[in-house]
Write a protein that binds this ligand. Sequence first.
Ligand code: LLP
Length: 410
Amino acid sequence: MEINNQQFEIQGVPLLGLAKEYGTPLYVYDGQKILDQVQKLKQAFSTVNLKIKYATKALSNLSILKLMKKAGTGVDAVSIEEVLLCLHAGFDSAEIMYTPNCVSFDEIQHAVDLGVMINIDNIPMLEHFGSVYGGTVPICIRLNPHILAGGNAKISVGHIDSKFGISILQLKHILKIVEAHQLKVTGLHVHTGSDILDAEVFLKGAEILFDAAIAFKDLTFLDFGGGFKVAYKIGDIATDIMEVGEKVSAAFKNFCDNYGRDLEIWFEPGKFLVSECGYLLVNANVIKATPASTFVGVDSGLNHLIRPMMYDAYHGVENISRIEGPERIYTIVGYICETDTIAADRKLKEVKEGDILAIKNAGAYGFSMASNYNSRLRPAEVLILNGQHYLIRERETFDDILKHQVVLDL
Ligand code: LLP
């Protein structure tokens, strides 16, 4: 988003025009930003055989998935529905990795039938898989590296008490099952969490993966998960992707020499690829001055962007209706029947009723975590690509709220 010709624009498309044309609340995505992020990642790992498996859960709109496909990524899916979405978007089953947690074996079988690789998450599933498929279907195994890292407790998933993956301390048990069923393990996986800043965390994960990997003979790839931290506010430090690329690639090449074979290196970023591309445009419904603060009440809330409430996440806010003029401090809140503060104590250009605010970094885990709480409709989504804007999801209507309800004749 940039100011050009006295207005906020993306690729020359004025954002206020989009709010007018499609209404608010509105999710807007800058497709070029997504393509740039894919390129950055490719560049950071240009000396190794990188495969990007975009974390579908971050933003699963079909047109975004198609854009990823066009940019040359594969995908990581966490539910059978995400697997189906990815197939629907045109991904080949071989490009899809299915990383489930606590799902039924029926769902695993469904994914196998679709030709998708399974990332096995627990010992009972490994046993079950072995007894049904033996070595006929290649698998990946998700290891829990016992690394405590990530932006907050809810998104730190690689520590010893986490429900994800199989403990590296259970490696012997894994190997026994692999041996007993002659399982074909072509990949190993770790994912420590989200919002990981330090290259050293990725290196630590890599070392653990390398130590385990040497015991497996059929590997073709190692998967380092996602978790690169992006900047949410001015002055925030983001993961230095070039540094991670350089350090992890060097360690990876070294491992491949020891292993005696060139492997693929996989990453599954969500935020890195789609966080910064997204804006949630909202309308200032009410400006409410109280003895304590001045609230701007907008036509959205935790039903559309839950991150501030769920993780105390910071999202930048801009009053895109005003380029010049005085600034004031505001607390931006939603219209939900709970204290759904989107952003507290922010300096914005003076907000008038009917102004449009842009909430930044709303691409990742924005729409994909949206709900119909308070029986509100979920927003429309618009993609800007090559200087054009495209509606990629219609705004819900009241029929969507009624849909699937079975009304009793009382
Ligand atoms: N791979 C696996 C196995 C994951 O569980 C995740 C995220 C990713 C990759 C992508 O992580 P990323 O690059 O986006 O950090 N809703 C939370 C984030 C939850 C992340 C869950 N797993 C948030 O809005 O902060």
